[in-house]
Design a protein around this ligand. Structure first.
Ligand SMILES: Cc1cc2nc3c(=O)[nH]c(=O)nc-3n(C[C@H](O)[C@H](O)[C@H](O)COP(=O)(O)O)c2cc1C
Length: 211
């Protein structure tokens, strides 16, 4: 069993996508030969070669403007007609995480991945839509607010290992939405302060230029 995990976050460190990849790897440890590559490298040929004879290609990425980050779109656009030459048996799995609370925000991005899969002539495996992706650092995966994520990744890893298809699953953390929003607002204020901005200035629209 050979699987390639593709990180679609442009962040060099501390991305939610990298943490999700780590959690998938742990669930597949000793049962599959897993390699990880980064779409941001834009080394299309190297990435394609790393897919050689893979049974599963797992794309893990953040939601950008209800879709895929542009560097990931470019990668898919460059490789869609070559991918089946390297991994004709591969199933495509996708895990999208987003900043808003609701996991259903990721539905359109999963649709893009399904279309990519159909164009590439490969079989669809499963899609996950992880709401409130920033919560990933709040606890170990599978515990506390990340119980739903843990369960979803258990099932995903099982499907990957057995080469099975699963229903797409869009979900939220085990954490109330109003608290998530409150912490998000506090986070913005903290970041603004760190950058020398007062709360009052965040609401000041007089400097916004209208075209
Ligand atoms: C340019 C940009 C666009 C984004 N667009 C959305 C969006 O449309 N909806 C959403 O819920 N989150 C959006 N986000 C938030 C990210 O999806 C979220 O922070 C995610 O957890 C980042 O994952 P990563 O750490 O793996 O990169 C956006 C973030 C950026 C930087």
């Amino acid at each position: 069993m050979k699987a390639s995990l593709i990180n679609g976050s442009p962040k060099k460190n501390n991305s939610a996508s990298a943490s999700i990849i780590k959690a998938i790897q742990i669930r597949m440890e000793h049962k599959a030969d897993c390699t990880v590559c980064n779409a941001a490298s834009q080394k299309q040929q190297e990435i394609l070669e790393s897919f050689d004879k893979c049974n599963a290609l797992v794309f893990v990425f953040p939601l950008y403007v209800d879709s895929l980050p542009s560097h990931l779109l470019r990668l898919l656009d460059d490789i869609w007609n070559k991918i089946a030459d390297y991994a004709p048996q591969a199933r495509i799995y996708a895990v999208v995480n987003n900043g808003f609370y609701e996991g259903r925000q990721n539905a359109a991005a999963l649709e893009v991945m399904r279309n990519f899969c159909a164009c590439a002539g490969l079989q669809w495996g499963q899609g996950l839509g992880v709401g409130a992706g920033g919560m990933i650092f709040a606890a170990p995966v599978g515990h506390g607010p990340l119980k739903n994520l843990g369960r979803a990744l258990d099932l995903l890893a099982e499907n990957i290992l057995e080469g099975k298809t699963g229903d797409d699953y869009l979900f939220e953390p085990n954490f109330p939405k109003f608290l998530y929003k409150t912490f998000a607002h506090l986070g913005w204020i903290w970041q603004a302060r760190k950058n020398g901005l007062k709360i009052r200035q965040m609401w000041d629209k007089s400097k916004v230029k209208h075209r």
